[in-house]
Design a protein. Structure first.
Length: 426
């Protein structure tokens, strides 16, 4: 008999099924052994009778031992997973040592043994949602005719801000880990016009929050001939496509995380749009006074999301002074930049976006004000010297999207091996 997956139990009621996997939980009486088996597709309760020749062997195995078995499937509402298998054949593949994960262990301990914690239902289900989010992003951009283009991870300049860069020794010189793909994308976009990428970005941010990683996966896009309106439509389309795909392909996982799928289905373009100035007015009304020129923190983002029924909200036209050197001023309101952040419930900013400044002198001024070495950007200014055209782009934090869609409390559980302020092991 061929091996099947636990999820196949659904279509094998009353029939025999052959499975292999790991022991998730186990208990027994004198008469019966109950083994909850886990594979990548789910869990199923397997019952072995005490008169089975392998009964002693089976009930003596500890958690995470690897086994293979076969038997008849029956529906059982009370069983975890909804099905039960009556064991006929049974084979031990590997008798595990005493598994170190038991109930009620500290988060820190679980992170120390993350290489084992990844087998938990929480992490497994989050990784499945994550995989589908990656799939949806690729699918969306490919369908729109975008080319996938990679950029270097070792870079000579800051892409975003000098203060949160990771320095690396590049032989005798100082280099940095990429914070963004963007500057290189702005060079290649003048060749391929529509490009995107999903790659790791690195931020040495000293923020100990539930939504910051020091190494995260960044989906970025750059489009020639595009303005802010076009960019907003592109972002809305992407979010709607991700949600649609996750709802279609990750039903079980959304159920596991107790996600209100109906609420997700209600998310349709166009999303609510407000300017930064309007955001400040809303905050004032809600008793959270924020001075003009201050960035929105998690607290303020939460208030704004709450004001609009906890659906995604675009905030456009942030003060130029708090935004990156490549964001252009809005001619109608020059103290603001032609940019937006997209906020999502539970996490806040999931996308940072802007049109790109085409004025070399303006950009040099901003870089100098930020204490950057202007000379190292000279190659980048060539993109404004030879056939410069309007273009725009955004970056989306993939883990933040997964965090939103799973409702996970901490971003670290959306990635297999999280890197945070105080942890880069194992
Ligand atoms: O807003 P950011 O810094 O924008 C950029 O890097 C632009 N160069 C993107 C572009 O236009 N091509 O970062 C973009 C997104 C944020 O909105 C957030 O979702 C995510 O990246 N992000 C992080 N995610 C996890 N941990 C961190 N420390 C993050 N920093 C940013
Ligand atoms: Mg940002």
């Amino acid at each position: 008999m061929q091996y099947k997956q636990i999820a196949d139990a659904e279509t094998h009621e009353g029939k025999a099924l052959r499975l292999r996997g790991w022991i998730h939980r186990t208990r027994h009486s004198n008469k019966l052994g109950f083994i909850v088996l886990r594979d990548s597709s789910g869990i199923i309760q397997c019952v072995i009778n005490s008169d089975h020749p392998k009964f002693r062997e089976a009930v003596s195995l500890g958690i995470e031992s690897a086994i293979s078995l076969s038997g008849k499937v029956k529906k059982d509402e009370r069983a975890p997973g909804g099905y039960e298998l009556a064991v006929e054949e049974f084979e031990t593949i590997h008798r595990a040592e005493v598994f170190p994960i038991t109930k009620d262990q500290s988060d820190e301990f679980l992170l120390d043994i993350r290489h084992l914690t990844v087998r938990s239902q929480k992490v497994t289900n989050a990784l499945k949602v994550r995989s589908t989010v990656f799939e949806a992003i690729h699918e969306y951009f490919r369908k729109l005719g975008y080319f996938e283009v990679q950029s270097p991870i070792i870079t000579p300049t800051a892409g975003e801000s000098g203060s949160d860069q990771f320095n690396v020794k590049y032989f005798d010189e100082e280099a940095y880990l990429a914070q963004t793909w963007q500057l290189y994308a702005e060079a290649v976009v003048l060749a391929l016009e529509k490009i995107y990428c999903i790659a790791p970005s690195f931020r040495a941010e000293k923020s100990r929050t539930t939504r910051h990683l020091t190494e995260y996966w960044h989906a970025e896009v750059e489009t020639a001939w595009q303005d802010l309106e076009g960019l907003i439509a592109l972002a809305e389309g992407l979010i709607v496509h991700i949600i649609k795909t996750v709802i279609r392909e990750r039903k079980r996982e959304l159920e596991f995380f107790e996600i209100n799928v109906k609420k997700l289905q209600e998310i349709k373009a166009p999303f609510k749009r407000i300017t930064y100035d309007e955001a400040l007015m809303i905050l004032k009304k809600r008793g959270v006074e924020t001075a003009w020129g201050k960035d929105l923190r998690t607290l303020e983002e939460r208030e704004i999301l709450d004001e609009f029924g906890n659906k995604p909200v675009f905030v456009t036209h942030f003060p130029k002074q708090i935004k990156a050197f490549y964001m252009p001023r809005d001619p109608e309101k020059p103290e603001t930049a032609r940019c937006f952040d997209l906020l999502a419930p539970g996490v806040g900013e999931i996308i940072g976006a802007s049109e790109r400044d085409l004025d070399i002198d303006e950009m040099k001024k901003s870089l100098t004000a930020a204490g950057e070495k202007v000379e190292t950007y000279d190659w980048y200014f060539d993109t404004r010297r030879y056939g410069s055209v309007p273009h725009a782009g955004f970056g989306l934090g993939v883990e933040r999207v997964v965090q939103w869609l799973t409702g996970l409390e901490h971003i670290r559980d959306t990635i297999a091996f999280p890197r945070t302020l105080n942890r880069f092991r194992p």
